[in-house]
Ligand binder design. Structure first.
Ligand SMILES: [Mn+2]
Length: 390
């Protein structure tokens, strides 16, 4: 019995030390006198080494860790048992974290002129929620409970003077709440997320990047919740305002009645082709006008991208947007009142050279900047010049 207890202590200490950098249990060894450290000094992990967290962020299993503090948390929902075609998005959180290893949140780009870290929010990888792979009703309950739990945590309040509170003005209790970027998972994960957000904010708008409407009426009375019907269920529960908007729609429809039903669920449609017919600025302005100042949740299905950029997904639709186009639209949405975001439907078993996971991780980096900037960044002016924000 004692041996088991000691073993458990050792395992807990090892795991804790590995992910938090804190001292393990036992007497520390003076590593500075050892051959490795005396010769090479303290070293950090390389891009391709070390335990897997998003962009090498500190990692905590936040649901079990009462000491975890964050303003923006990354949370994995490894769930894919309500997909209609190819499964595999339960491995999405792994693929997105794996794709993020070469990027650092302290590093800026010419396009942003800043970095997620520079904008001041404390960002933490809160790990994955262990969800039932056998019982969808239970899994949805687990997702809602996990999301609600973390939404109710106190915020850290920033890592620098650049930090700007963002949610207290919209929360029903008038308090600042953490924001979560969820790594899916199939698209159904949005239903329990919207349920949890509704408790804190009341009805909110949704910006939905996707090739598909996801507002179809339930296919059967017995099975109302799928990754193509969850928005209809959410609307019936009163979770959304009627000022939501899709971006990138190009799916084959059953008829125009699909669009009429979509409008009744509260959505306006920006199609994939609108970017060619009206231009990027019009796409951005249409979204901003539709959302206005209301609290808004952004959900991005990786299948909004062309399969050439993102083959690793469940319901492929050829002819989509480029990664560059999506990134440019996201920059243009900076300053909207985001209460959370997700990226879903990354199913890495269908990937080629990790390109989908890397693209998804790059988009999450953009979420983390977009959610903090008060307005879109100024365009980078001319070759090798400095953007306004720098
Ligand atoms: Mn979808």
């Amino acid at each position: 019995m004692a041996a088991i207890f000691v073993l458990l202590l050792f395992r807990a200490g090892w795991a804790h030390a590995r992910f938090t950098g804190q001292e393990p249990l036992g007497i520390p060894i003076d590593v500075s006198t050892e051959p490795w450290t005396s010769k090479f000094g303290p070293q950090v992990d390389l891009g391709y080494t070390g335990p897997l967290s998003f962009s090498h962020l500190p990692y905590s299993r936040c649901l079990d860790d009462g000491l975890a503090r964050f303003d923006i948390g990354l949370l994995g929902f490894p769930f894919d048992t309500t997909t209609s075609y190819r499964p595999g998005a339960r491995f999405g959180p792994f693929a997105i974290r794996s794709g993020s290893r070469r990027q650092g949140l302290a590093r800026s780009t010419l396009a942003w002129g800043t970095s997620p870290e520079e904008e001041g929010a404390a960002i933490l990888d809160c790990g994955d929620v262990p969800l039932s792979a056998y019982d969808n009703v239970k899994a949805l309950d687990q997702m809602e409970a996990a999301y609600s739990t973390l939404l109710a945590r106190p915020v850290q309040g920033g890592t620098s003077a650049a930090y700007k509170p963002s949610t207290a003005a919209f929360a029903l209790d008038g308090k600042e709440h953490p924001r979560l970027v969820t790594l899916g998972g199939d698209h159904t994960i949005v239903l329990p997320i919207l349920r949890a957000l509704h408790e804190v904010y009341g009805p909110i708008s949704v910006i939905h990047f996707d090739a598909h409407l996801d507002t179809w009426p339930p296919f059967s009375v017995d099975e109302p919740v799928t990754h193509g019907t969850f928005f209809t269920v959410a609307a019936a529960e009163g979770l959304m305002t009627n000022t939501s908007i899709h971006a990138g729609i190009r799916c084959k429809m059953n008829g125009f009645s699909d669009i009429e039903h979509d409008e009744s669920v509260g959505f306006q449609v920006i199609s994939t082709e609108d970017i060619d017919d009206y231009g990027i600025a019009a796409v951005i302005n249409t979204i901003r006008k539709r959302i206005g100042k209301s609290p808004v949740y952004l959900s991005l299905d990786i299948d909004v991208l062309d399969p050439g950029y993102a083959p690793a997904t469940g319901t492929i639709e050829p002819g989509g947007w480029t990664v560059r186009e999506v990134k440019r639209i996201l920059r243009g949405l900076s300053g909207l009142n985001f209460v959370g975001a997700d990226i879903v439907e990354v199913a890495p078993a269908y990937d080629s050279a990790d390109i989908t996971g890397i693209a998804a991780a790059d988009i999450v980096y953009d979420f983390l900047a977009m959610m903090q900037l008060p307005s879109p960044p100024s365009p980078h002016v001319g070759p090798f010049s400095r953007a306004k924000h720098v």
